[in-house]
Ligand binder design. Structure first.
Ligand code: FES
Length: 116
């Protein structure tokens, strides 16, 4: 089920938007014209990556620099390890939407937005 997150016109600059859907914390990331959505929690020590660094289709946790592909969720630095969840994302009727498993959806809210 697709969940509306924010009007695309309100999220035009590069940045990271932190959202909660049914208690699940996720990120919406804009890098140029490309949008990504991933789990917000770094699997290293459970830190939220809403202040992470985004570059070249990857997000880097600012705590210890673990880096994940925004396309696959794969850990690309420091090596093999846990992935982060990746969610389908689209713009539909001007709204950025993320598809999450239906069982996890009830309400959503947007609480933070940071540019990078
Ligand atoms: S908590 Fe994210 S890299 Fe350590």
């Amino acid at each position: 089920m697709w969940e509306p997150i924010i009007e695309e016109s309100e999220f035009q600059k590069n940045g990271i938007l932190c959202c909660h859907i049914q208690g699940k914390k996720l990120l919406v990331v804009r890098d140029g014209t490309t949008l990504y959505s991933c789990g917000a929690i770094c699997p290293h020590q459970g830190v939220s990556m809403e202040n992470g660094l985004v570059f070249d289709e990857e997000i880097t946790c600012i705590e210890h620099s673990w880096t994940f592909s925004l396309r696959t969720g794969e850990l690309t630095y420091p090596g093999n390890g846990p992935r982060i969840p990746i969610y389908p994302i689209r713009v539909h009727n001007g709204m950025i939407e993320v598809e999450v498993p239906q069982a996890e959806i009830a309400t959503n809210s947007t609480d933070e937005y940071s540019e990078y």
